[in-house]
Each structure stands twice: as C-alpha cells, then as structure tokens.
Design a protein around this ligand. Sequence first.
Ligand code: 9MG
Length: 300
Amino acid sequence: MGARPSDPPPASTDRPAVKLHCAGRILDLAEPVVMGVLNVTPNSFSDGGRYTNIDAAVSQGLAMQAAGAAILDVGGESTRPGADPVPVQVELDRVIPVIERLRRETDAVISIDTMKAEVMHAAVAAGAGLVNDVMGLQAEGALEAVARTDAAVCLMHMQGEPRTMQQSPQYRDVVAEVAAFLAVRVQACLDVGIAPERLCIDPGFGFGKSLDHNLELLGGLPVLTACRYPVLVGLSRKSMLAALLGRAVDERLAGSLALATAAVLGGARIVRAHDVRETLDAVRVAAAIASKLGKKDQNA
Ligand code: 9MG
C-alpha cells in the first residue's frame, strides 16, 4: 500500500540502517560521515586562471577526501535561494568531466547534486554512486533514471523551488509535514524497485523554511532518525546563521559546526559541509557524546 501524505516515514523497531549501497561501494555509516561540497558552477573557482575549472574542482575534491570526506558531492547547478535553472547540456558539461576524473583518482563515493534525470543517468554512468536530489526525484523521469542504476539516492524535502522558495514558507507542523513528504517519496522509490538499502533522507534545511522552521526541524530530527533510512543534513554556511548571528557567508564556520554537532546528536549520519576537516572533528566529538547518551537512555 502506498504511503498517505500524513504518514511518517515507515518506522521500524530495527536500529537505523548503518550501510548505504552506492553502486558497488558500501558506505559504512556506523559512525557519521562528512560529505564535501564541490560546486562546479561559474565563480566557484576564482583562481586567477592558474587552473581550468575542471583541474581546480578535481584538486579541491581530492583535498576534501584527504581531509576525511567519505562522499564528494559534485554540483553544476546552484540550488541557492533565488538561483535560476541552467540548461541540461551546460550542467552535463560542468559535472561529467569532474566525475570521470575523480572516479579515476579517488575511492570516495561520488555524489551528483542534480534535479535532472538526464544528468543523474550520465553521472552514474561516469562513476557517481549517489544521486543527491533536492527535489526528491519529483522531476519527470527522475525516479526511473535512478531505478535503472544501482546508485543510492538522497531524497530531500523542499517547499517550492529554489527561485522563490524563501519568499513566504508556510507549515502547520513542519516536522510532521516534512516527515510525511519523505515517506511518500520513499514509497515512490520502493514502488519502482529502488532497494531500501539505497535510500537516505534529508529534511532540507533552508529549502522553503524560515529560521523557526529550521530550528524546529533540527529539534525534531529524532522523528526522522528513528526511521530505518539514514538521515543526511546540510547546514553548512546556510542563511539561518545570518539570521541567528548576523554573519557573512565566510564567517559562519563556528555556527556551522554548532549546527553539525546538534544534528549528529539528533541522529544524523551524513553531514554535508564545505569545511570538511573542521566538520569531521565536530562530527566525531558529537558521535562520541551521542554514544554515551544512547547508553544512558538504555540504562534508564
Ligand atoms: C545541494 N544541497 C544544498 N543544500 C543541501 C542540503 O541541505 N541537503 C542536500 N541533500 N543537498 C543540498
């Protein structure tokens, strides 16, 4: 039976899955991991022309892996609030050469950050093992494109679309509505034959959410992390830190680490971040604390 919009993601008495099957690679999530952000959009690499964009992106990806990233998330279309879409061929030209090179030069899981079915298909053929879709595979052909592969998929919640999503986000109960949406998208994946071991979910911090919505979601994270699907969070440098701290984007590291710590204490297994080494330190400390909190709850 398909999930109804009011159902939470299918819960289970099992512990949350600690492995994610990524096209032949198995990502062990017994300890939470960091996904490094690798944007391949114009202006991402303003290096004065010393490298081409591809060389610079590959170097940055390798540096992030050396800093401890288990996943490299390659994106060729901005999903920032207000961002305009780019044509499919432009996105392919940006990301495919980078994925091919990274596949040859690293054993990290490569993720493709895209909303487009054509890009998902080509990226997995080029070596990506995870499809990171901020639209939760709602675009035409996206479910089928992933179903034809053996890649993992991250299903994210977004209210609206990047161009307009921050204009006036509204919820009655943000945690329940996000959980219900993710349950529907999980069921849609299972219905087309995507195995549960290939799925992770993401509440989509900052995607059609006010500061209050984001904070409620962070506090309500255990509702999602109690389900069998690993939870990915992206909080790094997000504008909620501008609202909370009044900091410019390049001054948000401390705030980002605080949010990453809170997310891991809430049960998140994958933390998407720009500052890999610092985030991994915070994640490790939070995971050590969480292991003691879990034991205390069990003893109570
Ligand atoms: C691409 N992208 C930007 N922010 C993100 C977030 O919070 N989660 C995921 N899965 N992807 C994101």
